[in-house]
Design a protein. Structure first.
Length: 376
């Protein structure tokens, strides 16, 4: 758990007393286990008797029941280079967001754990009750491990995006109408009404259609794209995505209504979000001129929609069995989400056609474009 704050320390160090405050140059990390707390401080400035500034990395330990009284293990004191690590840019918003999300994740795990425990206590059979309690503890540990993985992924994104708040400023005057998009579409995602892409992935068929419908979001005219997924000829997802294009040619993702089905019935709308609602904010899917090596936030609703895309190359080679191919002309991206750290995909976009291929890098499965019908 990261603690985004200054930490004051007063403790015995050898024959004297150390009284100081950590700088904001790196966040202390607190590790809690069975009530014990270990506080790792990667950068601590101390002024000696001659006024010289010394820098250290130290570890403090607070045993359970001590009331957060920390003890210093002198063997943990490591001298480090002054001003290293470098100061965090911005106001720490990204790391504080990651910490808050981690706390929320762990709170959810605890909530599920105690509800399961409550159910376990109502089994009259001792063996069934004991098995239920063991499963509850195992699920709790698995949940905490998943929260740790998600927090680590969020922290890695903070290293990429920096510490400033994610708060894109949307000016409707800088966006173009749906009619103007059709005259000058982004080549990697041509939002021309009537455009239809059909994909196949094992037993699944996905049909993506640019509709003539629009939706006003944050004062911007967004075009509606319908995404229908069928598995063994049964509907599993029917989503309306909302996109907008600015005057520079960048395509923005403004939200989606994601309807998920089970056995032909609507099961939930998990993953739905709309920019400007409940803290959700738009992201950029494609730049007019993609920048190799750049990472983009594609969507942003905390805990629901946090996809990011990394521009790998503009000269990728790939092909599908149905004949869509590019020779040194495809945009290749790597896409993932910190909410599912073990999942990542490579996607390929053919200029003028758009998305032709997705490769799941963990399962090595492919979703290929089998037909593309241009709109009017």
């Amino acid at each position: 758990m990261r603690i985004p704050m200054l930490v004051s320390i007063m403790t015995f160090w050898g024959c004297g007393i150390l009284s100081t405050t950590t700088t904001a140059q790196d966040y202390p990390e607190a590790i809690q286990e069975d009530g014990d707390i270990t506080l790792n401080i990667p950068y601590l400035e101390v002024e000696d008797e001659e006024g010289e500034t010394l820098a250290y990395a130290i570890e403090l330990f607070s045993p359970a029941g001590s009331g957060l009284t920390f003890q210093l293990d002198e063997q943990s004191i490591l001298e480090v280079a002054e001003n290293q690590p470098e100061a965090i840019e911005g106001d720490g918003a990204c790391s504080m967001t990651a910490d808050a999300q981690s706390n929320a994740c762990e709170a959810g795990v605890k909530d599920d754990f105690f509800i399961t425990m409550a159910n376990c206590f109502n089994y009259s059979n001792p063996e069934v009750r004991e098995e239920c309690l063991e499963d509850a503890h195992a699920e709790r540990e698995e949940g905490f491990a998943e929260c740790d993985d998600i927090e680590e992924a969020h922290e890695q994104l903070c290293e990429i995006f920096g510490e400033d708040p994610y708060d894109p400023q949307i000016d409707p005057a800088t966006f173009i109408s749906v009619a103007d998009i059709a005259n000058n579409p982004n080549p990697f995602f041509p939002l021309i009404p009537g455009n239809e892409w059909v994909y196949e992935a094992e037993d699944e068929i996905i049909t993506v259609t640019v509709l003539k419908e629009t939706r006003e979001i944050m004062g911007v005219e967004a075009i509606v794209v319908r995404d229908v997924a069928e598995e063994d000829e049964e509907l599993v997802e029917d989503t309306f995505d909302w996109y907008a294009q600015d005057i520079a040619g960048n395509v923005w993702y403004m939200g989606e209504l994601s309807r998920n089905y089970e056995d032909g019935e609507l099961a939930d709308i998990e993953g739905s979000w709309e920019a400007g609602v409940d803290g959700a904010k738009p992201g950029i899917l494609f730049r007019a001129m993609p920048i190799v090596g750049e990472t983009l936030r594609q969507e942003y609703r905390i805990g629901e929609a946090e996809d990011i895309g990394f521009t790998e190359t503009l000269t990728a080679n790939e092909s599908t069995e149905s004949g869509f191919a590019c020779e040194n002309t495809c945009l290749q991206t790597l896409e993932a989400t910190p909410l599912e750290p073990d999942v990542s995909e490579a996607k390929y976009y053919l200029p003028g056609t758009g998305h032709i291929l997705t490769i799941d890098l963990e399962e090595d499965s492919r979703e290929e474009l089998v037909s593309f019908t241009p709109g009017n």
